[in-house]
Write a protein that binds this ligand. Structure first.
Ligand SMILES: NC(=O)C1=CN([C@@H]2O[C@H](COP(=O)(O)OP(=O)(O)OC[C@H]3O[C@@H](n4cnc5c(N)ncnc54)[C@H](OP(=O)(O)O)[C@@H]3O)[C@@H](O)[C@H]2O)C=CC1
Ligand SMILES: O=C1O[C@H](COP(=O)(O)O)[C@@H](O)[C@H](O)[C@H]1O
Length: 492
């Protein structure tokens, strides 16, 4: 097989929902456009709206026109793509409606791999799986793609995983964490394991601490009810932030096979130090935004959002000091923070290296002495290595100057467009390659750690502190890192 996917019959549950229209169809169209969708691949869009086939295609076409850049919209390619799409009205709770899905698959070329994509509220995953099972549509080759959140805690994620496991083989379950589909996140693997320069320095002997910031300027965007039952810890840390942490902290996998990578990630999750009640006050800060500004425009606070349903102690910001109890990372804190309504959308990792063992330069400049690797995940994707050089000029003596070795991907590699995460993820589903998907034990170990953290927060009665929209979270998050004589890296 080339770089494209196998021929698939992709059945999208929830095909008229936000995720499908904003992410899945645009990504599938881009794959079609890049000739990465096998010629025989077909798409069945399922929703409960009363659309005829042409009406559904028209709706998808209009939605694509609203989502994609003009330069990607080529009428003939759009026609070709939409010709792959059929529409079927189905109430997903209605078991007798399911056999028709099997009929649709049998009417196809006969060799296409059947893939179900659950783009629905997570509460429906179990019901859909049971209905597919009763209709006898699935076999040992049928794949399923499930969106986060996989459960609300360890118990519910186990229940959901059990439901999936009754019907699908683990090797056919593709649990999405869309951060793993981001080019720059995958690049962490290349950076660490293709460059011995970094590989040989990647431990507690050489690194003092690591920062991970995933900042968003948006608020909860009409998802108050869902978000309020989750909060930033469940919504972002349990999945995306812990995945980033794993990719940064894991030992080298012996190869790039899905299980080699995932085995190493699981070891990191198992080694996360629990945040006991005694450590909560020094290792965790939660926040909730109040009215402020976003990109200069006044915005309401979390509790005044249009769809807000009352008082709430749900956090929209969290900062954590995370420790990993193993040889590689003993004594190296990972400071992570993520929040809504922060001043800008910015995801980045800063690796702070320890200073040289013996310092011989001007003592006034000692604060410059730590090298830093800045990995910009989004936007302005790229990286910079802060190094020290001699300041130029005759009058300066041996003065040091800090400057970056800079690599901006868009400039260096002349990429016209960075593919969206869902393009990569859907392509890998169609190839049957799970290395960018989360294995059951990863999800469950992540929940185990998050559950103890939430329980300990509860025990301490630690409510979120207020921060104004448009600021970098509660001041306590700055104090958390300052206590260790460090500061959050700000280079904006
Ligand atoms: N949107 C996003 O960017 C992201 C979403 N996700 C996850 O993706 C999943 C889908 O999210 P999203 O698209 O935002 O949700 P939406 O609510 O927009 O879409 C869900 C769709 O499922 C349909 N649906 C619900 N119940 C039934 C039913 N009984 N029978 C038939 N159709 C039904 C809804 O139909 P109707 O329109 O008729 O109500 C709706 O179109 C969720 O698990 C979410 O957590 C994850 C990351 C990002
Ligand atoms: O999964 C989620 O991610 C988005 C942020 O994703 P990004 O790709 O824009 O960085 C977040 O807004 C949302 O709350 C969460 O559910």
């Amino acid at each position: 097989m080339g770089s494209g996917g196998q021929a698939c019959d992709l059945v999208i549950f929830g095909a008229m929902g936000d995720l499908a229209l904003k992410k899945l169809f645009p990504a599938l169209y881009q794959l079609h456009r890049a000739d990465l969708l096998s010629g025989d691949s077909r798409i069945l869009a399922l929703a409960r709206r009363d659309y005829g086939p042409d009406e559904a295609r028209r709706h998808i076409r209009e939605s694509l026109a609203g989502q994609l850049h003009e330069s990607s919209l080529e009428p003939e390619l759009l026609d070709g793509f939409l010709a792959r799409v059929s529409y079927l009205k189905l109430d997903f709770t209605d078991a007798p409606g399911y056999p028709v899905l099997g009929d649709w698959h049998r009417q196809g070329p006969g060799t296409n791999t059947l893939v179900f994509y659950y783009a629905t509220p997570p509460g429906l995953y179990g019901r859909i799986t049971a209905n597919l099972c009763s209709a006898g549509i699935c076999d040992d080759h049928t794949r399923v793609v499930v969106e986060k959140p996989i459960g609300h805690d360890l118990a519910s994620s186990r229940e959901l995983n059990d439901q999936l496991a009754r019907v699908f083989l683990e090797e056919n379950i593709f649990r999405i964490d869309h951060y793993l589909g981001k080019e720059t996140v995958q690049n962490l693997i290349a950076l660490r394991f293709a460059n011995n320069l970094f590989a040989s320095q990647w431990d507690q002997n050489h690194i003092s601490h690591v920062e991970i910031t995933v900042a968003e300027s948006v608020g909860v965007e009409g998802r108050w009810s869902y978000f309020n039952s989750a909060g930033q810890l469940r919504d972002m840390v349990q999945s995306h932030l812990l995945q980033l942490l794993c990719l940064l902290a894991m030992d080298p996998p012996s190869d790039l096979s899905p299980d080699s990578i995932r085995d190493e990630k699981v070891k990191v999750l198992k080694a996360l130090s629990p945040l006991t009640p005694e450590r909560i006050s020094s290792h965790l800060v939660r926040g909730q935004y109040t009215a402020g500004t976003a990109e200069g425009i006044p915005v309401p606070g979390y509790l005044e959002e249009e769809d807000a349903e009352g008082p709430s102690h749900t956090e929209t910001f969290i900062a954590l000091k995370v420790e990993i109890e193993n040889w590689r990372w003993a004594g190296v804190p990972f400071y992570i923070r993520t929040g809504k309504r922060l001043p800008e959308k910015r995801s980045e990792v800063i690796v702070h290296f320890k200073p040289a063992p013996h310092y011989i330069f001007d003592p006034d400049q000692k604060h410059l002495a730590n090298n830093k690797l800045i990995i910009r995940l989004q936007p302005d994707e790229g990286m910079a290595l802060q190094i020290l050089t001699k300041d130029q000029g005759l009058s300066r003596g041996m003065r040091l100057r800090q400057g970056p070795l800079e690599l901006t991907f868009a400039e260096a590699f002349e990429t016209d467009r960075i593919p969206d995460a869902y393009e990569r993820l859907l392509l890998e589903v169609m190839k049957g390659n799970q290395y960018l998907f989360v294995r059951r034990d990863e999800v469950e170990f992540a929940w185990r750690w998050v559950d103890q953290l939430l329980a300990n927060c509860e025990e301490c009665g630690a409510h979120p502190k207020r921060y104004a929209a448009g600021t970098w979270g509660p001041v306590a998050s700055i104090a958390m890192i300052t206590r260790d004589n460090r500061s959050w890296y700000e280079d904006a």
